[in-house]
Ligand binder design. Structure first.
Ligand code: AMP
Ligand code: MG
Length: 396
């Protein structure tokens, strides 16, 4: 069996970056910038006053000096003459600093009499001027790929870009499989359970910039699986995710159904728990991931394989979950022949990050998963660990 890391690289090799589309800034939150964006202007575009006060020449910056007020500069309304010695211009925050002025004296530090002001207080070190281009220059570039955060949108707006090129959201088809499954809200018969993990996957996909769609549940028959795979293809899915039926039981028909459908399989089964029966493949440019059906297995595989695939389809480079180091809060017995991603909770104290695994690690238990805030990795054949030992965790 291949390792998680090998499987992640193989999955990523199957992915093609999506096309570029332009979106207005107010729709660009969390989208992935597809091209480097250049400012093409300085910000501020002129030297601007940082305070309300009086613009003066450096030669007049002497405590006790009296100056003649010759004009006013406000935001959006500059004073377009040149300040001479002995003169001052009343100036407001955001106004262009007039030629000839070198500093702004804040209004609290002068006394005014008619159109004369006296610099009544000691001159400050701060000249209260934001130099032209202090925030960014014409050459400044916001590099891609970048997941756009709120401050990025303000920055792009200040650069005078009304819309930005982003990578199209990959369309992800989510297909639950199993005769026992029913959508939530229905009336289950005695031997039915509710299709649950698909809602976690759907939410994780939304959070990560994909366009997911939940398809109707496929029964455990070749015909039903084939029909829903066809529907996903017609919808033009970039990534098709099946859930369940991935093992080799009599009713686990996903692997043969994908073969029959023309998906070239890259791997089936990985040395991990939960999630051993994971499979991946491709048909044309579409990536197919077969996730195990157990709710926790499906979600863990979603974090470790599906989300990296989505991020790569969005053109991102840092796509695989990053581990953090934490100290064990309680000892753990030796690990086994598969990498174990244990459900756990970590806490950051003032001095340490401490993680404790839950006692119950059954891959069907959603209550435990819902209480977990990380996966605690036990590498293959990891020795026993004591409280205080360092381990790797993946926040979820
Ligand atoms: P399978 O991988 O189909 O053998 O399913 C493994 C276990 O997960 C079985 O107990 C299934 O009933 C359950 N299961 C499969 N698919 C889902 C689903 N979409 N939501 C919740 N449980 C599921
Ligand atoms: Mg099944």
């Amino acid at each position: 069996m291949i390792t998680v890391e090998q499987a992640q690289s193989l999955c990523l090799e199957l992915v093609h970056q999506g096309p570029v589309e332009r979106v207005p800034l107010d729709q660009a939150l969390r989208r992935t910038l597809a091209e480097d964006i250049q400012a093409n202007r300085d910000q501020p575009p002129f030297s601007a006053s940082a305070m309300d006060g009086y613009a003066i020449a450096e030669g007049d910056a002497v405590q006790g000096r009296t100056l003649q007020m010759v004009g006013e500069a406000a935001a959006g309304h500059g004073w377009d003459r040149t300040l001479a010695a002995g003169q001052t211009v009343r100036i407001f925050t955001g106004a262009p600093v007039p030629a000839g002025a070198d500093r702004v004296v804040i209004q609290e530090n002068i006394t005014a009499q008619g159109d004369q002001i006296t610099l009544s207080e000691p001159l400050s070190v701060n000249i209260n001027i934001r130099p032209q281009g202090a925030d960014f220059s014409k050459e400044f570039t916001l590099p891609s790929p970048r997941v756009l955060a709120p401050a990025d949108l303000a920055l792009l707006a200040a650069m005078n870009h009304a819309d930005v090129p982003v990578v199209a959201r990959p369309k992800v088809a989510l297909i639950s499989t199993g005769d026992e499954l029913l959508m939530p809200g229905g009336a289950p018969s005695a031997d039915q359970i509710i299709a649950s993990n698909v809602f976690a996957l759907h939410a994780m996909l939304l959070e990560n910039g994909a366009a997911p769609r939940i398809f109707p549940i496929a029964k455990d028959t070749a015909e039903d699986l084939d029909a829903v795979l066809r529907d996903a293809e017609t919808w033009d899915a970039d990534i098709v995710v099946t859930i369940g039926g991935a093992s080799v039981g009599d009713h686990d028909l996903v692997a043969p159904a994908l073969d029959w459908f023309g998906v070239t399989r890259t791997f089936h089964k990985i040395a991990m728990r939960p999630g051993k029966p994971l499979m991946a493949g491709a048909k044309g440019a579409t990536v197919y991931l077969g996730l195990p059906g157990n709710p926790v297995s499906a979600v863990v595989c979603g974090h470790l394989f599906l989300l990296p695939v989505v991020r790569r389809a969005l053109g991102q480079t840092d796509v695989v979950p990053k581990g953090l180091t934490a100290q064990l809060g309680a000892s753990l017995p030796a690990g086994g022949p598969r990498a174990h991603y244990m459900r756990a909770r970590f806490e950051e104290t003032a001095t340490a990050r401490v993680v404790t695994a839950f006692d119950k690690q059954d891959s069907s238990m959603l209550t435990v998963l819902a209480d977990a805030n990380c996966l605690l990795l036990r590498p293959i054949e990891d020795g026993p660990k004591n409280s205080g030992d360092a381990v790797t965790i993946f926040p979820i």
